[in-house]
Design a protein around this ligand. Sequence first.
Ligand code: ATP
Length: 687
Amino acid sequence: MLQKATPEAGATTVRRRWYALLLRDRFACAAALVLVLVALCAVLGPLLAGDLATRQNLRAPGRPPLSLDHGWAFVLGSDSLGRPVAARLLTAAGTTLAVAVPAVLCSLVIGSVWGMWAGYHGGWRENVSLRVADVILSFPSLLLAVVVLYVFSPSAASIVLVLAVARIPVYLRTARAEAAELRSRLFVDAARTFGTGGWATIRRHVAPSVLPTLLTVAALDFCFVMLAESSLSFLGIGIQPPDVSWGLMVAQGRQELQSAWWIALFPGLAIVLTTVSATVLASWARMTTDPGQRWREGVRRSGRRARGARGASADPATRDGAVAEPDTTADPDTTAGPDTTAGPDTTAAPGGSRPTGTEPPTPADVLVVDDLSVDVHTPAGPVHVVRRVGFSVRSGETLALLGESGCGKSMTAHAVAGLLDPVAEVVGGQVRLDGEDLLGLGARARRRLAGPGVAMVFQDALSALNPVLTVGTQLAEPFRIHAGVSRRAARARAVELMERVGIPEARSRADAYPHQFSGGMRQRLLIATAVALRPRVLIADEPTTALDVTVQAQIMDLLRELRGEQRTALVLITHDLGLAAEHADRVAVMYAGTVVETGPVAEVFGKPHHPYTRGLLASVPAEQHRGSRLSSIPGSPPDPGAVPAGCAFRTRCPLARERCATHRPALTGTGAGRAAACHFGKELADA
Ligand SMILES: Nc1ncnc2c1ncn2[C@@H]1O[C@H](COP(=O)(O)OP(=O)(O)OP(=O)(O)O)[C@@H](O)[C@H]1O
């Protein structure tokens, strides 16, 4: 069975230096050796070969390899003018690389940066960039080069320029496609929640994922560029004699392939060998820079070793590549005492936006959401998915946002955190953080507030953490961006944070990647990133849904502790009424994109003032229901595009009357700190 990955083992794997990894891969070693030799030839070739490459010897034309003639040794033969092929090969290495390397590097750098920028931002930037790439690609690149080189004088510099321009679209399109896919990933959203700007996100989160693919493309492009240069030289508009390149040698030798095959063969071999080596090395680099692949490779190797040592006693976890990462930590959270600093506040203002008949938000409300409306733009027109939602939350308090799936909880949270998809738009309302309207702020001001202002914990920690960055790097990012501290200091604070959220062996585990942690540990890491800058408001969007009950309790306890320590206002999004009852001070129940009831959790759950809340509570299995049939709310929530007129709940409501079909009930105060959006709210309160 595969040994469990201990923290120490994980750290050692991660710290293994690149050259140690290179030495373990025979193909990559050989490829690196070939490339080093080619580079040495490029540098030393002209010195070693002197003028032999250009000096004609008409007494020894077309000599085959390994021949001696008038005191000349032709190891690789001679060409039709008696020049030694070996000397020309050495000299040509420099010219060839002087064209291919800058051409590939220029197109790689320009195309990748441009493509990542276009793909990350999307919209007009993406459209314009793609059209430009289409225009360049619509010309066959060789034809483009021929035209340009006929107009301008052929030289190494102009060949580099032409080939670089011709190849930019290849990188642009590849980088754009990958960046466009990454921009919708949760870890990019997570980075935005603590204020990482556009270029910083591209550099830190997009580039590390895109670069390995681009490197492989570049290695293959190396071959294309060398062959393109050889074709141009063959046409007489490439490298001009007496300079010599491998491409020019192939072009010249092609004419004498029947009588003197060696003239074209050896430079041809040099091109193939260099290209193959570059490709092998690029694949190796891709493998070593992709933590997932390296990890799988490690698993395969360990599996082979283990099988060799003990026979194949297969552990199912080993077979599918899953390393059982122990959530070994004795859970520190379980020892935490109850948070006495933030008990239910029955005198608090209700969460509703402007519920009539209740007090306005108090100065202690750190976050006030008022009349917030969000539309999603669909081909059929805008759909109102969040409609005049309002709630407020105080420092050190937990507000649970409850409701069935699709009622708009996450949309509301994303609008508050400034993380809406491009298809969604805030169409009305206010989100005030300590009195400052977040929706009126520009992008830069919003980024400054992200992290220390509103932070977010997502449900799926694996997606919300960048798979190609170590957790230490990711946890250090908020400190680097906001505190402007050095890399070393940021890392030290990241380690402290890991210790604080209960990650064992934090110092060594900071070098591990997200997939090397268990689900519970990953959620702790995500929470650590979110609370790094001591946010005033923390939105936790179903932070425990994917976890088992024990880990769920540990995570909730951790959130409660941190909330108490940092006096953070916590907005807990959940459809688990039990979780809300246990951990929230107040609740805001949502239905069909709007808040239908708010109030202190004990009171709302004890005596709901809205029939929907009643129905929700009645459908939760409880001790008093034992033996009786569990009731459920008939029907299903309306589609956001087809919410009925009047009260949105009336089609499922046992109390619905004529009035409910014509008048939409407003969120109205129904008691101390309570409000409900029901025409019969007062009656239910008084009953
Ligand atoms: N990108 C999108 N494009 C179109 N509609 C969307 C998009 N995202 C969400 N919606 C719609 O908006 C409505 C609200 O979705 P939201 O994710 O906020 O619900 P939710 O209450 O958080 O549900 P869940 O508990 O399942 O996460 C849903 O009807 C959903 O279909």
